[in-house]
Design a protein. Structure first.
Lengths: 230, 199
């Protein structure tokens, strides 16, 4: 008998007349895919449970990569994200759906995801939540960047300008376009999110995430862009 | 054993129907050839006509063979100041059957779902924004489904409405009529409580 796993739904699409094909992020197994048979029927209890941002306890059986959902219970009430917090949540899901490898457990990342969702649900400022999650994600995927020392292991000096070199770390440079000062990087390292640190972290994460999420642009970003331009 | 080319083509074509695989397609093909040639001819004509002529209504995006659908072409309703935004033409039918709503519709043909690559432009929201700014619209009723994607869509449109100073309202969701609280799932009940109204 299999133990129930903690999981969140990342993505769901209709399958046949009455079923769903679901991609979920489970704490124990990483990204898993399963068929939820009959979940599209009007009377199915699974219908309301198989929604994003709902903490679930599921058992999915089968040896192949596509499993069959056997049981599914809500571990807590669904988070009721609304507005921008909801878009942020969708962004997290889209990123996770791109970067996770099937059936590779990522417990640290799962916990970071839960922390981020809780923070969004509480109404915390959204930018820092997203940046912290992204930095954690990079760390967990082995693309981590250390924000307190340069490529030789020396502490970052506040007045010095730095550039991030792939797979090496921060290299001291002359001030130029795209270079960042040591104090901004230190602020990111300490989680001291002022406006400068936020915009620097956003650029850094975006660049660092690129090899992970691929060339196709993330659609959730469009949800935000619209309002800034109009 | 192999079927003749024409039969093969028919079977392959039938497989484009939802839920029809190789076996069902074969069964359908032989049923039509053997027992129902008239029906099949009719089907092929109907399919051809529909695919050739059915398009999106220029105002509300539902399916129609005219430029404007019946509701939009109706003098009173087509220029109504109330728009009801729904996800699919089936939703229009469901609301029409209640005969409760006298305005016109806007059919998104889907919902915002970034993970599937569906953004605002893919569900015709630029057209809706254009109508909000150019036409006299007083209220937008958001009747998207009570799913996470439906909520996101509703919220996005509500923001559009705000930019254009148009009222937006969301249909209520909660306990179904004739239902019993005991059997209702927690999420629906929470929604029902959050959306309670004073009497």
């Amino acid at each position: 008998m299999q133990q129930p796993q903690h999981a969140y739904i990342l993505h769901k699409r209709a399958y046949r007349e009455t079923s769903f094909l679901v991609d979920a992020f489970s704490r124990e197994q990483g990204k898993i895919s399963f068929v939820a048979k009959g979940a599209q029927r009007g009377k199915s209890q699974w219908r309301s449970l198989l929604q994003p941002f709902q903490a679930l306890e599921i058992t999915a059986i089968g040896k192949a990569s596509l499993k069959t959902l056997q049981s599914c219970e809500g571990a807590a009430l669904a988070l009721r994200l609304s507005g921008d917090a909801l878009y942020c949540g969708m962004y997290l899901n889209e990123v996770l759906n791109r970067v996770l490898h099937p059936e590779l457990p990522m417990e640290g990342l799962f916990d970071a995801y839960v922390t981020a969702l809780d923070a969004l649900n509480r109404g915390d400022a959204q930018q820092p939540v997203l940046r912290q999650f992204e930095l954690r994600l990079l760390d967990e995927m082995g693309y981590g960047v250390s924000f307190d020392v340069d490529y030789q292991g020396d502490p970052l000096r506040p007045g010095q300008h730095y550039r991030l070199l792939e797979e090496q770390g921060f290299v001291p440079v002359m001030p130029m376009r795209g270079s960042l000062t040591g104090d901004v990087l230190n602020a990111i390292a300490e989680g001291n999110w002022d406006a400068q640190a936020l915009s620097a972290a956003k650029q850094l994460c975006r660049t660092a995430l690129k090899p992970l999420v691929g060339e196709k642009p993330l659609k959730s970003r469009e949800l935000f862009i619209k309002r800034v331009t109009t | 054993m192999k079927f003749s080319p024409l039969i093969n083509e028919l079977i392959t074509s039938l497989k484009c129907l939802p839920g029809v695989g190789q076996k069902s397609a074969q069964r359908m093909a032989f049923q039509l050839l053997e027992r129902n040639r008239n029906g099949a001819m009719q089907l092929s004509v109907a399919l051809h006509n529909a695919m050739q002529h059915v398009q999106h209504c220029q105002q509300c995006r539902t399916f129609t063979e005219q430029n404007l659908c019946d509701i939009c072409a109706d003098g009173l309703r087509g220029e109504s100041a109330q728009i009801c935004v729904v996800e699919s033409p089936q939703d229009v039918m469901a609301i029409e059957q209640t005969a409760e709503f006298k305005g016109r519709y806007f059919v998104l043909m889907g919902h915002l779902s970034p993970i599937d690559g569906i953004g605002p432009a893919d569900i015709g929201l630029d057209l809706l924004a254009q109508q909000l700014s150019e036409l006299q619209i007083e209220e937008v009723i958001l009747a998207t489904n009570p799913t996470v994607e439906g909520e996101a869509t509703a919220h996005y449109i509500a923001q559009l409405c705000k930019q254009h100073n148009v009222n937006a309202s969301r249909i209520a969701h909660g306990v179904p009529f004739g239902g019993e609280l005991e059997y209702i799932d927690g999420n629906t009940l929470t929604h029902a409580f959050a959306g309670r109204k004073s009497l």
